[in-house]
Ligand binder design. Structure first.
Ligand code: NI
Length: 173
């Protein structure tokens, strides 16, 4: 299974509203497998299809509780309480900033077998679900960060790091 390239902030695909998936066919199943592979290779707890350049409504999550799952056409049904916690994103590498999210959520969608599922979650899983759903609507966690001054500084440092990595990759290639 190939590891896919994770698109970084600034890439247009991350700002598009992703299209619903009509059926979980073999192509979608292959995409799900590749997304798991990519998420684990990058040490992420979640990955949305637009992050690998596919503008479809699908994400995978593994918050380390032993139950990785994919959710197709996910919808937030209900949210309870707001809490602030640090958040990061594979598309914004190395940047961690506090963001407000629901503490508890109920989601619905379809699983890898194309069956309707409902998920209730709290804690990190609740946060991951909301973060990944935002990706499907062209939104990113940085949009929700209130301290824009610190965010701008962090993003500037991230761009320097990415440019250095790219230069090093070119040299070693
Ligand atoms: Ni993300």
């Amino acid at each position: 299974m190939p590891k896919l390239e994770v698109r970084k902030i600034g890439d247009d695909v991350l700002r598009q509203v992703a299209a619903p998936i009509r059926k979980v066919n073999e192509d979608i199943k292959t995409l799900i497998k590749d997304m798991y592979e990519t998420m684990y290779a990058e040490n992420g707890v979640g990955l949305a299809a637009p992050q690998v350049g596919v503008s479809k409504r699908l994400f995978v999550i593994d918050v380390g509780d032993g139950e990785p799952f994919a959710l197709v056409n996910p919808e937030l049904v209900k949210g309870w309480n707001e809490i602030e916690d640090n958040e990061g994103c594979l598309s914004v590498p190395g940047v961690y900033m506090p963001v407000k999210r629901f503490e508890k959520v109920r989601f619905k969608g379809r699983n890898e077998k194309d069956r309707a599922v409902t998920i209730e979650a709290t804690g990190l899983l609740a946060r991951a679900l909301q973060h990944e759903l935002d990706h499907l609507d062209g939104k990113m966690f940085v949009d929700l960060v209130e301290d824009k001054l610190t965010l701008d500084k962090e993003l500037a440092e991230m761009r320097v790091r990415l440019a250095q990595e790219k230069a090093e990759a070119t040299v070693s290639a």
